[in-house]
Design a protein around this ligand. Structure first.
Ligand SMILES: NC(=O)c1ccc[n+]([C@@H]2O[C@H](COP(=O)([O-])OP(=O)(O)OC[C@H]3O[C@@H](n4cnc5c(N)ncnc54)[C@H](O)[C@@H]3O)[C@@H](O)[C@H]2O)c1
Length: 342
């Protein structure tokens, strides 16, 4: 059977769907005519709030279930053509609870793949991460798909997270090899956008900078501000997830990053400008030394996560640059605060 899975007319299950990426992708799949989108989640981190904007959609169903319980997954994925696997602990959560994180990121993925196989789903898209390249000074320059994992000197939680994503990817490969299950792995870089949460350190930094400027304080820059970060806008990822189902590609892993990297100092200046759009002069950033306990992806300098392979594999490239993406994040946050929602 061809690996291309049209979205229109088919049923999809988003495992870990009450999430930042899940909420955006559900909208994308529904807009492209999916017959039904099931959001499967145990609400460990996600919330009904994250998907409140879709709650009354006639083709959306919210199912409470745990990836650690195979029967929950088997029930939820009956009749599903495609599964998007998002449920995971990221580094900060892994640091608090490594046991739980390894369970969800490894056994949870295994269970979801088993449910896909048992229910004869046609394709799986697995959310991996640029954490599969590791951390530290050896990870610099251009990160391409065959850049090896570098772990020396990184904190345990970062290594556990990156390694658990490598294992998740390999479980997908193994199901393809043994059972012919088609899959695409997308290695997201740091995600930001509407319905932003506080579970990823770099995106949290955007919100903290914004809040400081709004309170009239100077924004803080850690180090000398030259460290690069490479974000991706959540709406671009929603499109990537949809296109990974629709493409003929299978048995492949590709990076999904935004149009261009940004230095910490550029990011702070950009957020400051957008936050201060009320007409006041933008406050100058304050340099405060190294952030305590910070995991550095690189040693600073030029650093970019290449996304050209994604264009070749699934026809995707990022469309939303940081300025536009941040405007949307800020508009969402202002609207939410305006409505008094939590
Ligand atoms: N946010 C980022 O910056 C980023 C970067 C790279 C990769 N990723 C990956 O993308 C995916 C989605 O990220 P996100 O930011 O939307 O995540 P998120 O934390 O918003 O969502 C993860 C979801 O999984 C659910 N979940 C956790 N344990 C579960 C369990 N046992 N059973 C069922 N559901 C469970 C949580 O409740 C949550 O809704 C994750 O796999 C993450 O590792 C995220």
């Amino acid at each position: 059977m061809p690996a291309a899975l049209p979205v229109a007319g088919n049923r999809f299950v988003i495992v870990g769907g009450a999430s930042l990426v899940g909420s955006a992708t559900a909208g994308e799949l529904l807009d492209h005519g999916a017959a039904e989108v099931v959001l499967f989640d145990n609400f460990a981190f996600g919330s009904e709030q994250a998907v409140a904007h879709l709650k009354d959609h006639p083709r959306l169903r919210l199912v409470r279930g745990d990836v650690m319980r195979l029967p929950d997954l088997l029930r939820a994925t009956e009749g599903a053509a495609g599964l998007l696997l998002l449920a995971a602990y990221m580094t900060l959560s892994m640091d608090r609870d490594p046991w739980g994180g390894l369970d969800v990121n490894i056994r949870g993925v295994q269970n979801a793949l088993e449910a896909a196989r048992a229910n004869r789903a046609r394709k799986v898209v697995f959310a991996s991460s640029n954490a599969v390249y590791g951390y530290g000074p050896k990870v610099a320059g251009e990160l391409v798909e065959d850049t090896p994992f570098h772990s020396v000197g990184a904190p345990p939680a970062a290594i556990l997270y990156g390694a658990s994503k490598i294992i998740g990817e390999q479980l997908c490969r193994d199901y393809h090899r043994r059972h012919g299950l088609d899959y695409v792995v997308l290695r997201y870089s740091t995600v930001y956008g509407e319905r932003q949460h506080y579970r990823a350190a770099n995106a949290l930094y955007i919100i903290e900078t914004y809040d400081r400027v709004r309170r009239g304080e100077r924004p803080q820059v850690f180090g000398d501000g030259s460290e690069t970060k490479h974000f991706v806008y959540v709406g671009d990822l929603a499109r990537a997830n949809r296109m990974a189902f629709e493409a003929a590609a299978t048995d492949v892993a590709v990076n999904c990053s935004g149009p261009a990297p940004i230095t910490t100092l550029e990011l702070v200046r950009l957020v400051t400008r957008l936050a201060g759009a009320g007409g006041h002069p933008a406050p100058e950033p304050e340099f405060v030394g190294e952030e305590p306990g910070k995991v550095r992806l690189t040693s600073g300098g030029a650093f970019r996560i290449a996304h050209e392979a994604a264009e070749r594999a699934i026809g995707w490239r990022p469309l939303v640059d940081m300025e536009e993406g941040l405007r949307r994040l800020i508009a969402w946050r202002e609207g939410k605060e305006g409505r008094g929602a939590g």
